[in-house]
Design a protein around this ligand. Structure first.
Ligand code: NI
Ligand code: MN
Length: 219
């Protein structure tokens, strides 16, 4: 079954299933991308990104925590689906479960954005874990017990896990494949993703794929 992943840089990904285009953390810098669903991990500008503009233009349903969907309603975005940490829901294209993430989540106007999250996505018989912005936590092992085909992990350091902790995350999760994100966008998160990927493949059973911005891979 069709399952494609495109990286638009930073933490912005498009997951295409046979029936839907699911945009994750749409930090697009104004670029126009079509979407049926938008998943927002937390309120920071580099994740909430162009959510309001894309939702307005495309009529996509926004999935996020209750605090963010309430804030979006105030911006006129009413087509939302609120979930919260630990809760899963079967959307028409696949299941979304919100996972913990250790980070912050204020919205651009300073409003409280609730707890940040990651996403455990089940679609087309595959499980994808998008960690969001987070430090390393041992419960990643529990998430790994679900059987992760693809893990998308931040490696930038400074605001999230750096390469060393992201490598430990791979060992806790035990995914079949891993894709790094949240690096190189700003000076303080500059990293060598290829060196990290080589270390992942040398010391874990996972295949590591460094995507180029705009690149699409089959899952
Ligand atoms: Ni953040
Ligand atoms: Mn971030």
């Amino acid at each position: 079954m069709l399952l494609k992943l495109t990286w638009f840089g930073h933490s912005c990904f498009l997951l295409e299933t046979a029936s839907a285009r699911v945009l994750i953390d749409p930090f697009l810098g104004g670029r126009e991308v079509a979407a049926d669903y938008i998943l927002v991990s937390h309120g920071h500008g580099d994740h909430l990104g162009d959510t309001v503009a894309v939702a307005r233009r495309t009529g996509a349903t926004v999935v996020a925590n209750f605090e963010i969907t309430s804030w979006l309603a105030k911006q006129g975005i009413k087509k939302t689906h609120a979930q919260h940490i630990g809760g899963g829901f079967d959307h028409p294209w696949g299941r979304v479960k919100l996972t913990i993430a250790h980070h912050g989540s204020s919205l651009p106007d300073g409003s409280y954005g609730g707890n940040p999250c990651g996403f455990l996505l089940s679609a087309a018989g595959k499980k994808i874990y998008f960690a969001g912005d987070t430090g390393l936590f041992y419960d990643m092992k529990l998430i790994g017990e679900e059987g992760i085909d693809l893990a998308i992990l931040p490696i930038g350091d400074n605001y999230t896990m750096g390469p060393a902790d992201a490598l430990r995350a791979v060992k806790l999760i035990g995914p079949g494949r891993v894709v790094p994100c949240h690096y190189d966008t700003f000076k303080v998160i500059r990293q060598d993703p290829h060196a990290w990927a080589a270390e992942v493949e040398r010391t874990t059973g996972a295949r590591a794929t460094v995507m180029a911005p705009g690149e699409t891979i089959d899952i």
